[in-house]
Design a protein around this ligand. Structure first.
Ligand SMILES: [Zn+2]
Length: 291
């Protein structure tokens, strides 16, 4: 089945992973800007990172027929250094018209500190001023519930924020309802152990339906599985869900959310639609892809 992985850090994956993604039906990936595993020494480290995301990675993906999109920001972990964060934020606008950029992300909170919140709000402001989509990282494990509540409160306090243009990522059983009820898009991250396993994600689809919900691998340099989305597809099939339901989560929903970006390549999506409807393995529901 064709799918999109809407959150995967390909910069930290080997080229063989692109090949395996393509073999499993991956049509596109979207790569949020994140922590490199160490704190960068200066804003110039981010300048090179952003160039990597907008110039090099799309070419590497294209060799395997995969479309590469990305998001730009300073991640919550390095945002603890507010002066560095402000320097990095000032570098972002020059990249915003690059064709593979979908918006600002993954911004969010790390340890729910005051500095986390200051930089989060400044990046929400950046997105509002440039009319960009927003992708939000919610904190790990014990900090997740409080962090998600803080994020939702901060978003609510800015009247420029339109919930349908914001994706709250890494939701789990105790946070998904809050984000969905406030009108945001949500994503479940499929990790082998922490975050959601494919069976837990399938449980949540069964509880909350498929509206405004995505799944992703968040594959990176740590323990993670770049093929987690195909494993979720298998789990859903095993439980007897229809192809149309599964396709809505893994393909149509990411397209619906991304399509709101003013740089979205409509010609690529139209070509994709032609390809999918011509493919006998796809059911007519694929016509739902039409813009
Ligand atoms: Zn990430």
């Amino acid at each position: 089945m064709y799918y999109i992985d809407p959150h995967i850090h390909m910069i930290s994956r080997i080229t063989d992973d692109y090949e395996r993604l393509a073999q499993c039906g991956c049509l596109a990936v979207s790569e949020p800007a994140f922590w490199a595993g160490f704190d960068r020494a200066s804003a110039y480290g981010f300048l090179d990172y952003f160039r990597h995301l907008v110039e090099f990675e799309p070419k590497r993906a294209a060799q395997y027929g995969i479309r590469h999109f990305c998001w730009l920001c300073i991640n919550a972990k390095e945002a603890e250094n507010v002066s560095l964060a402000r320097e990095v934020i000032s570098l972002i606008p020059q990249f915003l018209e690059r064709p593979n950029v979908l918006g600002i992300g993954e911004i969010g909170l790390n340890k729910n500190t005051r500095n986390d919140a200051v930089v989060f709000l400044e990046q929400v402001d950046l997105a509002a001023r440039y009319d960009e989509l927003v992708l939000i990282h919610t904190p790990h494990l014990e900090d997740k519930y409080m962090g998600t509540r803080m994020i939702l409160d901060m978003l609510k306090s800015d009247s420029r924020v339109r919930p349908e243009r914001v994706l709250i990522d890494h939701v789990e059983e105790h946070t998904i309802r809050h984000a969905l009820e406030a009108g945001y898009w949500c994503a479940m991250t499929l990790y082998p152990t922490t975050k959601c396993t494919p069976p837990r994600a399938a449980d949540m689809i069964e509880m909350y339906g498929t509206e405004r919900i995505l799944v992703n691998s968040a594959g990176d340099w740590g323990p993670s599985d770049p093929l987690a989305v195909p494993k979720f597809i298998q789990e859903m099939k095993r439980r007897g869900h229809s192809e149309a339901v599964i396709r809505r989560v893994v393909l149509e929903n990411p397209l619906r959310f991304f399509r709101q970006c003013r740089r979205w390549p409509r010609e690529w999506e139209e070509a994709l639609n032609g390809q999918l409807t011509a493919d006998p393995n796809q059911t007519p529901a694929a016509a739902g892809l039409t813009v």
